[in-house]
Design a protein around this ligand. Sequence first.
Ligand code: FAD
Length: 502
Amino acid sequence: MDVRLPHIVVVGGGTAGWMTAAALARFCLPGGKVTLVESDEIGTVGVGEATIPAIQQFNQALEIDEAEFVAATGGTYKLGIAFQGWGKPDEGYVHAFGQVGRGIGLLPFHHYWLRGRALGYAKPFGHYLFNTVVLAGNRFAHVTRADGNPLPPLPYAFHFDASLYARFLRSYAEERGVVRLEGRITGVERHGESGDIAAVLLADGTRVAGNLFVDCSGFRGLLIEQELQAGYEDWTHWLPCDRAVAVPCSSVQPVTPYTMATARKVGWQWRIPLQHRIGNGRVFSSEFLSEDEAASELLRNLDGKPAAEPRTLRFTTGKRRKAFVRNVVAIGLSSGFIEPLESTSIHLIQTGINRLLELLPGGPVSDRARDDFNARFDREIESIRDFVILHYHANQRVGEPFWDMVRAMQLPDSLQHRIELFRATGNVAPSLDELFDQRGWVQVLIGQNIMPERWHPLANQVEEARLAEFFDLTEGAYIQEAARMPDHGQFVAHFAPMKTMM
Ligand code: FAD
């Protein structure tokens, strides 16, 4: 077996570049060679502060200590996303991580809930989600369950400062042998015969040769698009927001353990609490709202004092037609972008890194391996795309032109099918490799008032009295346990306080 490790050149030092470099440092060094090129002059996108629980696997694989990581990045804990105004303008719901309800029979919980609701026993769905109950009280604790404990665990993700996270990973990677070069790439050298990239050329004349190049250069796609012209599939007709204005503001109490996503007349606003500030942003469509209007609306809707000037970011939702071309793998924004509504971009970086690591060590990458990488990336990002479109489409904000448009738009067949299946049967049937499983889909569908025409008939097997008692017991047990947990802000201040408050 060929166990050679190639010289890998990572182009770009944003979240994607440093996550990739850190993972390569952990798994390919010593033995291989990893060089990262970044340009301070160009800078990074500098946003990307909310994550999903899978990031814990990345940290654990890199043997990163959680308290050290949270302290270094001004981090807080995230138990889910609170959506306000996405169904009816005055209604809200939570997409929480983790288990939905508790087991009472063979079926997923929501079938029993649908029956309980029809019989008048069941409260709104979120009352039976442990994470939702805990976050509603602004509580947090690490929950470990002994075998046999019927209560669910409390899965969590993090909010963190994107630039501090890149700094943290940079130290990690450099300590383990990654070589960092500062400079602007102004040219590319190709191998005559294969057309592969041979080297990138910096403005000061430095030539950086390598066998495999990871394009983490952000939206511009320096190698994957500008050099190799992979092409871009534009999804603006499904996800029409193409701008974001971001501004941090001072912290306020309580430090909430969730991301807030509030629908506005055009698009939505995010609120991400960190230890030292709150990250805020307004995602919108430039067809319906100007950048100036979006910025002033955002400034009017902050909880604390603005801590910087608002910054506008422009994007086109979609994906690279191929994320792996010749000897270039695109990871991060260079491979595609779906707006941050479900905090999925950093996760896509993580899964891109996983797929890359599967191919190392080895000799030259075969066409079949490249095709497999691309097919898996496509499936993953298309399923996330459908999930995010659902939030827009399933709105009841009648009379607001932006929302009327997204409610009426033609959906991807895959999403249309899923909504119809849910309406007809109460099932969602995601495949095993989809990021969001039935629990996530069901919370958003029900949260935005798409109700199935019936529940599964097997849900009728549970006696009515037992069903009513089950709802009460479940909610009561969750409330009791949540009440014993510390306040989230106090937990963070004790467990992983930020060293230097900025
Ligand atoms: P960038 O940060 O743009 O980094 C590009 C790097 O390439 C930089 O170091 C730059 O200097 C370098 N570079 C480029 N050209 C050259 C050159 N010619 N020579 C040398 N170096 C070069 N994700 C989440 O998971 N959660 C969120 O909450 C979230 N919120 C977001 C909000 C918005 C508005 C946006 C736009 C994105 C958000 N994301 C979020 C996505 C997240 O920010 C990105 O996935 C993440 O930051 C990765 O970016 P990147 O490293 O690919 O690109």
